[in-house]
Design a protein. Structure first.
Length: 47
C-alpha cells in the first residue's frame, strides 16, 4: 500500500473511531462498526 493511500485509510479509520465513541451516534453504531471492519480488512489486503 502506498504511503498516501495508507494515510487516507488511517484518517478515515480515525474518523470512524471518533464517530463510534460519540454518545449521540447510537443509532448508526452497528453500521459504522461494519464499515470500520471492512476498511481494516481492505488495509490488510483481505478484501
Amino acid at each position: 500500500m502506498s504511503q498516501s493511500r495508507y494515510h487516507r485509510c488511517a484518517g478515515r479509520l480515525a474518523h470512524m473511531m471518533d464517530l463510534l465513541e460519540a454518545p449521540d451516534f447510537n443509532e448508526a453504531r452497528n453500521v459504522s462498526a461494519l464499515f470500520l471492519v471492512r476498511e481494516w480488512l481492505k488495509g490488510q489486503g483481505r478484501v
